[in-house]
Design a protein around this ligand. Structure first.
Ligand code: GCV
Length: 689
């Protein structure tokens, strides 16, 4: 949307020329046709309460209801209460609903809960009042953040948004913070509806231009924070460890240098005086060219604690990323294993991080591949607050050209039990990754969740309209990791396609439910990862694209076999970074799950999987099947295009055509590569080139 910038505290128009995603006007009909009330001391005192009042008024104005006084028997009462209450409580009596929360933001989340529930919040399918209930809805963790890899300047290689597949940035336009930030507020509204309340505004690769957000551009950061605030979303900044040197401070960034410490304290004071509810800093250090404490012979606890000390007086947080590895590796050196790096660097530091440091750990040991083992770091630091980092932007999962609904993948990760079936603290249920990130692991400390956003200034927000479901699922699954990913998708369908027919709903499920596994079938096999094109920014196949590179991501295929030996017995010893039972499950060919086989073992092509197929036949079969599944998706879409708005129909059709083209390319390159290496023909005699 273009137009006049919003005045402070003003909400964007509720109807826009970009896609409404999961908040179309129709989604508000069941609440908007009723009598609604807001009970809070003085709603005008608080930005979020003002938003709530505006939301209620808008819903009623559009759908014929009325905003009434709290004592006037409203159908829905939103009540701000005092006292301790995590999340919100929803009480229903005789079809009337009361939502109670202790903070305006939690109350806003409660409002969107009722919107999401729709007519069922008030009445049963036969029109009688819905059953009486009393529910509490608390998020698994109070830290649920999205990281934007947005650059202020258009980067010559990475563009405006690093690994962005949805147009430009909603924050920046070619070197400046946008004048009109109304779309940022609309984004915050979408986030509030899925429970996200923190956003990091810039790329963790902090270039010279972006570094200035911390100093000269603070007024613009304050404008961005003001655009997010009405929906209870707090701003964070990614900062460079080199900032003292590059922004005119001391000639060193040594974390133990008193001048450096003073510089960061001053910097933090200035940020919080410009943005009093600022969230904190996100840091990528000693990683892919970003300076870090290693330059001064210090470790990552020294580095993180330097910033922690500076932000602590303001209640700020430091999200310190564990994505630290050698990106100048020699491919000839078989002893160095990139997968080991985060654990090698961070596990020995457990217990040394300040209480306001959160170590942010990518879900897998490599880099957001379609399939990876869960990072062993998540089980190695009980005395540290750890956050789980996911990637909503589809860097390695189809770049928003391919349908790839990631909810089932994240569910597997969130529910993974790093200590197997061993009882949790105090003899309770076994601990999951979600538990550990939420403070219910062995050490009782949690750092919550972070993920790289997939949003840009594209009309559909996410390039591929169906990729909106990934953002939706990230919010919903990190709020409640027990939710079923298919049910979450169903929720998204109901909201995004109002009055969705059973036929359209079934088609969307058929296309999306299993699309992550379909993508896995036609790309790199059995957990080996990569095989993507370095020249095309990780899009499309190039089996040996990274094989002789410095990046440490190899598959080691030869004429006899393929895979990386990460065992303790004969390989890099990476399996030893896991606690029991996984250290042994992964170590043994007899127990290693098929889908991770080549991540942990180098095996001959004739190796028989638990599925009964050989590795080579599995590669052929899955690659043929993957393409057939994409063809079925495209055919299914054609059956329902008449039921979706024209723009969505055309965009999805165009992307499915590209997905089919790309899947065929993957199939043919991967199958041909392994046929030529192994000389083993396809048992079913299909065409391999
Ligand atoms: C922001 C991968 C991506 C990089 C990204 C990096 C990270 O290597 O390809 O674009 O950099 O991860 O997570 O820091």
């Amino acid at each position: 949307m273009t137009g006049t910038p919003l005045a402070d505290g003003q909400l964007p128009p509720f109807e826009n020329d970009y896609h409404p995603a999961w908040l179309p006007t129709a989604a508000f009909a069941p609440v908007g046709c009723r009598r609604l009330a807001l009970a809070a001391e003085d709603p005008h005192d608080d930005a979020v309460l003002r938003t709530l009042a505006a939301e209620l008024a808008e819903a009623c104005a559009t759908h014929g209801g009325a905003v009434v006084a709290p004592h006037d028997d409203p159908d829905l009462l939103l009540r701000l209460a005092t006292g301790r209450l995590d999340g919100y409580r929803v009480v229903r009596r005789h079809g009337r609903v009361v939502v109670t929360a202790a903070t305006p933001t939690a109350l806003l989340h409660g409002w969107f809960h009722v919107v999401r529930t729709g007519e069922a919040a008030f009445s049963a399918p036969d029109g009688s009042p819905a059953e009486d209930t009393d529910e509490r809805h608390a998020p698994s963790s109070d830290l649920r953040m999205l990281d934007h890899w947005d650059n202020v300047d258009v980067h010559p290689v990475m563009g405006q948004v690093e690994r962005g597949y949805a147009g430009g940035s909603i924050f920046y336009d070619d070197g400046v913070v946008r004048a009109d930030l109304s779309r940022v507020t609309a984004y915050a509204r979408l986030l509030a509806a899925i429970g996200i309340d923190r956003v990091c505004l810039n790329n963790v690769n902090v270039h010279a231009r972006e570094a200035r957000l911390l100093t000269a551009d603070l007024p613009d950061v304050a404008r961005l924070a003001a655009a997010l605030r009405p929906y209870g979303v707090r701003a964070h900044l990614a900062v460079s460890f080199a900032a003292p040197m590059t922004l005119g401070g001391p000639a060193t960034s040594d974390p133990l240098d008193p001048d450096v410490r003073a510089w960061w304290r001053d910097a933090a004071d200035r940020v919080w005086s410009a943005v009093p509810d600022f969230g904190g800093f996100v840091v990528k250090a000693d990683s892919e060219g970003q300076l870090g404490p290693f330059a001064y012979g210090r470790d990552h606890a020294d580095g993180a604690n330097l910033l922690a000390e500076a932000v602590a007086p303001h209640g700020g947080l430091v999200h310190w990323r564990a994505f630290v590895y050698d990106h100048t590796q020699d491919w000839r050196d078989r002893s160095t294993d990139r997968a080991r790096a985060a654990h090698d660097h961070f596990a020995p530091l457990d217990g040394r991080f300040a209480p306001n440091v959160i170590v942010q750990v990518k879900h897998g040991p490599l880099d957001f591949q379609t399939r990876e083992a869960v990072s062993p770091v998540l089980a190695a630091m009980p005395r540290t607050r750890l956050a789980l980092e996911l990637q909503v932007t589809q860097e390695y999962t189809g770049q928003q050209q391919h349908v790839c609904y990631l909810g089932p993948w994240w569910s597997e990760i969130l529910r993974f039990r790093p200590w197997g079936e061993a009882p949790g603290p105090d003899g309770g249920a076994p601990v999951t990754v979600a538990d550990a990130a939420s403070g219910r692991g062995p050490g009782g400390l949690g750092g919550g969740f972070a993920a790289v956003s997939n949003v840009g200034d594209d009309r559909f927000w996410t390039g591929h309209p169906l990729a909106q479901a990934n953002l939706y699922a990230y919010g919903r699954l990190t709020w409640d990791p027990e939710l079923d990913a298919t049910a979450v998708l169903d929720e998204w369908i109901s909201l995004t396609f109002p009055a969705c027919s059973p036929r359209l709903r079934a088609a969307l499920h058929a296309i999306m439910d299993d699309s992550w596994r379909t993508y896995e079938r036609y790309t790199a096999p059995l957990g080996v990862g990569f095989m993507v094109s370095p020249l095309r920014a990780h899009y499309g196949p190039d089996v040996d694209g990274y094989e002789y590179s410095k990046w440490g991501t190899y598959h080691f295929a030869d004429r006899d076999g393929v895979g990386v030996d990460r065992t303790r017995a004969t390989g890099t010893g990476y399996t030893g970074q896991y606690p029991a039972p996984w250290r042994d499950v992964y170590e043994s060919l007899g127990t290693c799950p098929d889908e991770l086989l080549l991540f942990f073992h180098h095996v001959p092509y004739s190796h028989v999987l638990h599925s009964g197929s050989t590795v080579i036949q599995h590669i052929y079969d899955t690659h043929f099947a993957g393409v057939e599944e994409v063809e079925a998706m495209a055919a299914r879409w054609e059956e329902v295009v008449d039921e979706v708005p024209d723009g969505v129909a055309a965009r999805v059709r165009e992307r499915l055509a590209e997905q089919r083209r790309s899947a065929v390319e993957w199939r043919d390159q991967v199958n041909t590569y392994f046929f030529r290496k192994s000389g083993v023909p396809d048992a079913r005699g299909r065409t391999i080139y």
